[in-house]
Design a protein around this ligand. Structure first.
Ligand code: SF4
Length: 177
């Protein structure tokens, strides 16, 4: 099956790629994450995703669109919380891209993180899969989280200190103080 792997970043894609290859998939990576702020951080993570793909012999497609204003407006007005909006924005785009480009299915590296809202991501991915008429492959990658951390360290990849949006950056550093 031709699979699109939505990559939230390079390090988080390490274990999902390993697991998917063990399962017999050879996915194409897809980087679409306008939730990463500020712009220099976005570019840093995008370049890291490319570096990871290069080192792992993974085909990758990147979307450099940086719709900051639109994201912030949506996040501030999100009825079900900004993270649900953020997951749906990225997963819907991945599902649409997969459908439009003749992939059979998609999945996401977001499913590896014990720090993300795993059940919410799964529910949203299933919903957009149905609405966009493309299969979603669910796999709980979380047991491989530390394996993925080790792989990313061995590859000397940049590992980001906060989730992505400017709100999560504030939560990370305000809390630390
Ligand atoms: S905290 Fe993370 S998942 Fe939630 S809105 Fe920000 S970038 Fe998206």
């Amino acid at each position: 099956m031709k699979m699109l792997l939505h990559m939230c970043c390079g390090p988080c894609s390490a274990f999902p790629l390993k697991k998917l290859r063990e399962m017999g998939y050879e996915p194409t990576g897809y980087f679409f994450n306008p939730n990463i702020h500020p712009y220099k951080e976005f570019m840093h993570r995008l370049e890291t995703a490319k570096e990871f793909a290069d080192k792992m012999n993974l085909e990758i497609i990147t979307d450099n669109n940086y719709t900051l204003e639109e994201f912030l407006r949506s996040a501030l007005n999100a009825a079900n919380g900004r993270c649900s909006m953020c997951y749906e924005l990225r997963l819907r785009q991945a599902a649409r891209f997969a459908k439009e480009n003749s992939y059979d299915c998609f999945t996401t590296s977001l499913l590896v993180s014990p720090y993300q809202k795993h059940e919410v991501i799964t529910e949203i991915a299933k919903k957009v899969a149905e609405e966009e008429n493309i299969a979603f492959v669910y796999e709980d990658f979380r047991p491989g989280w530390y394996d993925g951390v080790k792989i990313s360290r061995d590859l000397e990849l940049y590992r980001q200190p906060y989730c992505g949006c400017i709100f999560s950056e504030k939560e990370r550093y305000c809390k630390a103080k």
